[in-house]
Design a binder for this molecule. Structure first.
Ligand code: NAD
Length: 395
């Protein structure tokens, strides 16, 4: 029997694994944690909307068959000649491999940024943002130094704006708990480009901006971050900002392991794939999610989104299943089905588009919740969907 190994339990890897399990294949999944988490909802975790269990799923709740093996470890090397994966704690041989090892922050070489900013990468870093802000506000109570109440979010893409939406709901509550005058809190989102949220219809960008500014946020567009020092953000053409909390949401790139291992990569470090999502460098290796450089029908690279990643994972599951059985002609090409983009602006409101139709307010929020339910359904069917949605209702 061919040895199948899936690296990474994010949207692509987990969906590939779930499909392999449904197809009856034996495989090993390697993941840094024994749980899968919902990256698209990490901003909620940062704002403390609900506990971590609402954003994570034990992998043993998704992969329940004895043919699925989980190894909790980190990948350090892939030897494609010997078909061997090296992990921090051991080695694994493979005949076919799925590489879905995710992303890292893109710092664009901005001096001091990596060292002096927080990021929102996983459940731990999301919770770390919340506890950092709580500690800063507690510090303000002692020192009355207003810098502790200043928060800079660098980048007004989807991650930055969704985080802003969450912060503008979380911070008034924190202030009332700590007896701090909320009007003293200064939350600035700094964006280099002339507009926020390029991914949503232009007509809705103003709606998003008004929603945030009406809650007290500042949006500074056309302002580029040039350098960061401990507690200071240096800007192009504007005064430096001193802030107790600096969060970077200015972009992502693929896990650097891919380029280090000699895969053909794009400028964001993603490994080029053929239409069947196999690496162009090695047909035994499928690449999915934020690790994959895959062009759409018009020749433009697909964005690194959860939607694309989970669709890729599902197809990789099928293609790997047939390839490992010697039925390569049964493989299917990947066609992304882009259903729209939704940006949350807090618990009950958002903006975006569904199949090209602009949506806003509560409708956008409900649509975003519906995408979560659809994903859970595709990943683990009725059992998983009922289990996770029950937790939300019980909150
Ligand atoms: P992004 O690249 O989409 O946005 C980063 C923003 O930071 C850009 O607007 C950029 O102009 C700005 N920026 C970069 N350098 C800067 C500088 N020096 N100073 C000031 N601003 C600067 O990154 P993201 O928001 O992390 O999103 C990454 C990917 O994940 C995207 O493909 C996005 O669509 C996806 N995503 C989707 C959702 C969703 O569907 N709800 C949520 C989060 C992320």
């Amino acid at each position: 029997m061919a040895k199948l190994v899936v690296l990474g339990g994010g949207y692509a890897g987990m969906m590939a694994a779930s499909h392999l399990e449904q197809l009856g294949d034996e495989f090993t999944l390697v993941n840094a944690n024994d749980y899968h988490y919902l990256t698209t909802l990490l901003h909620e975790a940062a704002g403390g909307r609900s506990g971590p269990s609402n954003y994570s799923i034990p992998i043993s709740d998704i992969l329940t068959k004895r043919t699925s093996h989980l190894v909790v470890d980190k990948v350090t090397h892939i030897d494609r000649e010997k078909k061997k994966v090296t992990l921090e704690g051991g080695e694994l041989d493979y005949d076919y491999l799925v590489v879905a090892i995710g992303w890292v922050p893109e710092y664009f070489g901005i001096p001091g940024l990596a060292e002096h900013s927080l990021g929102i990468r996983d459940l731990d870093t999301a919770a770390g943002i919340r506890s950092h802000i709580e500690a800063q506000f507690a510090e303000y109570k002692k020192s009355e130094d207003l810098r502790h109440l200043r928060i800079v979010v660098g980048g007004a893409g989807l991650t930055g704006i969704e985080l802003m939406g969450e912060l503008m709901e979380f911070l008034p509550k924190l202030c009332s708990q700590l007896d701090i005058d909320f009007s003293l809190v200064d939350v600035q989102c700094i964006e280099a480009m002339p507009s926020i949220l390029p991914q949503v219809p232009e007509s809705l960008r103003g709606v998003a901006a008004n929603t945030l500014t009406s809650k007290g946020a500042k949006l500074r567009i056309g302002t580029k971050i040039l350098k960061v020092e401990a507690g200071v953000v240096h800007l192009d053409g504007a005064d430096p900002v001193e802030a107790g909390t600096i969060i970077w949401t200015g972009g992502v790139r693929a896990n650097p392991l891919l380029s280090e291992l000699g895969f053909t990569c794009d400028r964001r470090g993603r490994a080029k794939v053929n239409p069947f999502l196999q690496s162009v460098d090695d047909e035994r290796v499928f690449v999915g999610g934020d690790s994959a450089w895959c062009d759409d029908e018009a020749g433009r690279p697909l964005p690194p989104t959860a939607q694309v990643a989970s669709q890729m994972g599902a197809l990789i599951g099928h293609n790997l299943h047939v390839l490992a059985r010697g039925m390569a002609t049964e493989m299917k090409p990947f066609h992304a089905s882009l259903k729209g983009t939704l940006a949350s602006l807090g618990r009950d409101t958002g903006v975006g588009d569904m199949g090209g139709i602009p949506v806003r307010g509560m409708v956008a929020s409900i649509a975003k919740e519906a995408t979560k339910v659809k994903y859970l359904w595709e990943l683990g069917g009725l059992r998983l969907t009922a289990d996770k949605t029950k937790q939300v209702v019980q909150m």
